[in-house]
Ligand binder design. Structure first.
Ligand code: M6R
Length: 589
């Protein structure tokens, strides 16, 4: 959730840490802070709010090493005091994760006379390292983490030593290897342009960074080596490409995301087909948007391969003692590949002998490293907290996986239909005018998204998008269920948006439209069926999208619901890239 970064051997550590934190800000933006070591003295600067608030505080600071943190609050309100780094006895630390047993540890420290300055779980770590310090920071960190329960990526510096020490359990840490310059960070993009090579730490690992190099140690503090690979993030653009927000930029990349995911799939088709051999049970799981993509995947698997599929949010599934065995394939869908619940389901599945298929946009994530096979979502970096192009990438990856499971050819009709979709999305992005509907949503007290079958899955995502970035309450609902309760909520202040893509079900959805209209509710329809427009456009706003294959329609309707959410956020002057209370990567429970 939080983002952390460290550097040593650099010319201007404040600048490097600041730029790195800007890149990590999608992981949390409640507060930001850094600590620099220069001439045996640590200087800490930290502030509640966005990373940019640090800029004036960094002016004039000079150091060649430092650590930084951008926070998504878990324990303690967003405030200057709760901002990291936390310090004790000439030691400063930054932490990503949750120390689950921090309360008894804190009580113990208070009994020993320690004064706490924050409400965070992380501050206990600074005090424990200070208590365990005996002239060797790495050993003090080692002793400290033995006392911790929970998840942590920890970086620490000390006034008496010119090194950064690191510990990792469940939260990610990537080491960056440059020329006489060394880095550690929560993800690869934070090191773009800084390090050509990277190494990924494993759970239980420790690391030491000095101006002369990097050493990695295992859970017993024995030297260990980890694979070194090129840092691909250096080649990827993280700019806004002239867009006012990352959300708009990434929405415009939806067609690219579908094409690139399709292309990348060819390289894993054979591996996937082998991994799915003799599978009798399929489970698809994920959280938030990834779960909504999973629901669409379930339809593909069942329709194309006629295998029953269970689909459940990862946070639910992991605690249900799910039935999994050697003939089960678990598709774990996650943009980041770091979502704690999804990763834990994958671990559980492996421990029960099942095969894990990671559907992920992150080549270095925990999920990627755990999985039996990775189906790549090739959307490129997604900076906006709200998922757009990764959703369409996930749907594409699941569509192709279902074709493989069904034993169909990747040159067959279904794959040919997929090739038609990116140009359709491109033209939709160019011609779609959502301004008037965005104003309707912005002035509503609630917005319901409704659909049937596959459109219902998209309705869930439409509702999540709008809630996430506009804070307007609402729900995604099956059209047919409306009259069984939700209709009671309809009045003139509430908007209902129907998604209709299946001509065979259109008439049924239109009944629900009429039911809302006759209760005075505001209604709009997003459809790929031109007859629906002909029938309804004299009484309500109908957004007509290009006709397309029924199964692939979510890729086109996604563009519409994402654009609607974006435009509504703009009308309401919300920041779509950094919605309140959220973070992109949910690495805690
Ligand atoms: O990285 P993941 O795909 O595992 O993330 C899962 C959810 O946290 C994520 O999709 C979330 O719902 C998005 N912010 C929605 O836009």
């Amino acid at each position: 959730m939080c983002g952390i970064i460290g550097c040593i051997g650099v010319k201007n550590a404040p600048e490097v840490i600041y730029e790195g934190l800007k890149r990590l800000e999608y992981r949390g933006y409640d507060s930001a802070g850094c600590a620099f070591l220069s001439h045996g003295k640590i200087t800490v600067v930290k502030r509640e709010g966005r990373v940019e608030k640090l800029l004036p505080l960094l002016k004039g600071l000079k150091a060649d090493m430092g650590i930084g943190h951008t926070r998504w609050a878990t324990h303690g309100l967003p405030s200057d005091e709760n901002a990291h780094p936390h310090s004790a006895g000439g030691i400063s630390i930054v932490h990503n994760g949750i120390i689950e047993n921090y309360l008894p540890l804190k009580e113990d420290l208070i009994l020993k006379g320690v004064k706490f300055l924050s409400d965070t779980d992380s501050e206990v770590v600074a005090h424990l390292i200070a208590q365990n310090y005996d002239g060797d920071l790495l050993k003090a960190l080692f002793k400290t983490v033995k006392l911790l329960k929970g998840s942590y990526a920890l970086m620490a510096i000390c006034e008496d030593e010119e090194r950064i020490v690191v510990a990792k359990n469940k939260s990610p840490v990537i080491l960056g290897l440059g020329d006489g310059q060394y880095f550690c960070a929560s993800d690869e993009p934070a090191l773009a342009g800084l390090a050509d090579k990277i190494s990924v730490l494993e759970d239980g690992d420790f690391a030491e960074l000095t101006a002369h190099g990097v050493k990695i140690f295992d859970e017993s503090l024995q030297p260990v080596s980890r694979e070194v690979s090129p840092n691909l993030a250096v080649c990827q653009s993280l700019g806004l490409d002239g867009c006012p927000h990352y959300m708009l930029k990434e929405l415009r990349e939806v067609p690219m995301s579908i094409e690139a995911t399709h292309k990348a799939f060819n390289s894993i088709e054979a591996k996937l087909s082998k991994a799915l051999k003799d599978v009798t049970r399929i489970i698809i799981t994920g959280c938030g948007t990834a779960y909504h993509a999973s629901l669409i995947g379930k339809r593909y698997f069942e329709c194309f391969a006629r295998i029953p599929v269970e689909c459940e949010t990862a946070g639910e599934l992991r605690y249900k003692n799910p039935v999994m065995d050697a003939n089960t394939a678990v598709f774990a869908v996650s943009q980041s590949g770091e979502t704690a619940d999804t990763v834990e389901v994958a671990r559980l599945a492996l421990s029960m002998g099942a095969r894990v298929i990671a559907v992920t946009n992150s080549r270095l994530s925990q999920l990627t490293r755990l999985a039996t096979v990775v189906v790549p979502v090739a959307s490129g970096p997604e900076i906006c907290v709200c998922a757009t192009k990764s959703y369409t990438g996930q749907i594409t990856a699941l569509y192709l996986s279902a074709i493989v499971l069904a034993g169909e050819s990747l040159d067959g009709d279904r794959a040919k239909e997929l090739l038609k979709i990116p140009p359709v999305c491109r033209s939709t992005l160019e011609s779609l005018d959502m301004r008037s509907l965005a104003h309707v949503c912005a002035s509503s007290t609630g917005v319901y998204f409704m659909g049937r079958d596959i459109d219902y899955a998209v309705a869930l995502e439409g509702s999540l998008k709008l809630k996430e970035i506009t804070y307007i309450p609402g729900e995604g609902y099956p059209s047919a269920e409306l009259k069984h309760g939700t209709l009671a909520l309809i009045d003139v202040n509430v908007a209902s948006i129907f998604i209709i893509t299946d001509p065979a079900l259109a008439g049924k959805s239109e009944n629900a439209v009429e039911q809302v209209l006759s209760r005075g509710g505001k209604v709009a329809v997003i459809t790929t069926v031109k007859e629906v427009k002909e029938r309804l456009s004299n009484k309500l706003q109908v957004i007509l999208l290009p006709e397309c294959d029924k199964y692939l329609s979510p890729l086109v309707t996604a563009v519409a619901i994402q654009t609607l959410a974006y435009k509504t956020a703009v009308v309401l002057k919300r920041d779509p890239d950094k919605p309140r209370n959220l973070a992109k990567s949910v690495t805690v429970e």
